[in-house]
Design a protein around this ligand. Structure first.
Ligand code: NAD
Ligand code: MG
Length: 392
């Protein structure tokens, strides 16, 4: 019996790594669904190489561009628009959904995947940050199993008793330690940080990733989002989650227990490793990746976060304590600010300043459904755009 896989965001960095793991195990996985937003060129290459059964393009304006260039040998079916993702999540042929769309754009499809009661490989951390409580409650209702793809959370998952997956409290847990590479500007002065260019920010020293997460890794907002992600995934308060800088990205995170034991997961920095772990779980899949050579390592280093230079992490920590609607604002404002930085509209240090401004300006509101989350997200994006235009 093969496992039917749907890859939402198949043309992205996580999507490509997922397809590469699936390609190594043709007897085990069948690629049922791939989705892309607007990158028709990449989608055509995915269709030619991996021959998925079903293809979804979510950006309706690119429909003709895809139809004109669809490979002649393609025998599968095509669908357009975001609703097609929701239908795909519920299709009987699909057993596992890789949620790898970037940002709040993935919220509806990731939530639909959770509602389907299937296995979700969760890369789309922003969806969990925005709607963590709703998402976890829905998973308990539907029976969906949320397996973390983020390398840090996947590392913790590998160190924790599996019973946490069904909502059991983690016995004997002292603290979770999130490691953080520190990004490309680890030692930079605050003055130099304000002159960072988009090209410098997207060039991560250890990982090759999409542009948005690369910028988040450089501001440390990524670690802030991951802190919030961990509170929901593992059902723990932020107060027991520590963050430590580890520039080599070899230890992907650690779990400390009350008896003084600390467990860690180590590997070369390659996202195919957590992806293969989640796709194969509870079995281990053999994959062709660089093996870790302990003798070859020059050393492992650890240091404290420089919060004065990278205020995004503490901003996210504060948001995690406050909860409610705050994570939605944090995420939306950050997404808009990152985009503005990538378009040369604001400087690097303004990304976190604008996010903090939005949190100050938007009054508290109750959110009790995904529609509430989506409408607050929309409102925050408008506020962030206004805050940016007022700065110019
Ligand atoms: P990416 O930019 O490389 O790819 C994003 C994918 O989402 C593409 O397939 C794109 O077509 C699709 N997409 C973009 N906008 C969309 C929209 N409006 N509607 C539907 N689909 C849309 O991003 P990535 O680096 O692969 O990251 C994907 C997710 O995984 C993010 O949430 C990121 O935080 C998380 N993640 C990535 C890495 C990594 O190494 N890249 C590591 C950990 C977590
Ligand atoms: Mg990560």
């Amino acid at each position: 019996m093969t496992t039917g896989v749907a890859v939402f965001g198949a043309t992205g960095s996580i999507g490509e790594s997922t397809l590469s793991v699936i390609e190594e195990h043709p007897d085990r996985f069948n690629l049922e669904v791939v989705s892309a937003h607007s990158s028709v060129d990449k989608l055509i290459r995915v269709i030619e190489r991996f021959e998925p059964e079903h293809v979804i393009l979510t950006d309706l304006s690119q429909e003709n561009a895809l139809m004109e260039r669809l490979p002649k040998q393609f025998r599968g079916s095509l669908a357009f628009g975001e609703n097609s993702l929701i239908e795909a999540a519920n299709a009987t042929e699909v057993d596992v959904i890789m949620a790898a769309i970037v940002g709040g754009a993935g919220l509806r499809s990731t939530y639909a995947a959770v509602s389907s009661g299937k296995r979700i490989c969760l890369a789309n951390k922003e969806a969990l940050v925005m709607a963590g409580q709703l998402m976890i409650a829905e998973a308990r209702r539907s029976g969906a199993v949320l397996l973390p793809i983020d390398s840090e959370h996947n590392a913790m998952f590998q160190c924790l008793p599996e019973s946490y997956l069904v909502g059991e409290q983690i016995a004997g847990l002292q603290q979770l330690i999130l490691t953080c590479s520190g990004g490309p500007f680890l030692d930079w002065s605050i003055g130099d940080l304000s002159r960072v260019t988009p090209a410098q920010a997207v060039a991560h020293p250890n990982w090759s990733m999409g542009r948005k997460i690369s910028v988040d890794s450089a501001t440390l907002m990524n670690k802030g989002l991951e802190l919030i992600e961990a509170t929901y995934l593992f059902g723990v308060p932020e107060s027991i989650i520590d963050v430590v800088i580890h520039p080599e990205s070899v230890i992907h995170s650690l779990v400390e227990f009350i008896d003084g034991s600390t467990l860690a997961q180590l590997s070369s920095p390659d996202m195919r490793i957590p992806i293969a772990h989640a796709l194969g779980f509870p079995e281990r899949l053999r994959i062709n990746v660089d093996r870790l050579s302990l003798i070859g390592l020059a050393g492992l280093h650890f240091e404290a976060v420089r919060h004065d230079a990278f205020p995004a992490l503490n901003l996210a920590r504060k948001v995690s304590v406050e909860g409610g609607d705050r994570p939605i604002i944090l995420n939306a404002a950050n997404e808009v600010a990152v985009e503005a930085f990538l378009n040369d509209q604001i400087n690097f240090t303004e990304i976190t300043e604008i996010t903090a401004d939005c949190l100050n300006q938007i009054a508290k509101q109750r959110v009790s459904s995904i529609n509430d989350v989506l409408s607050l997200d929309k409102m925050c994006r408008r506020t962030a755009e206004r805050v940016i235009s007022e700065r110019k």
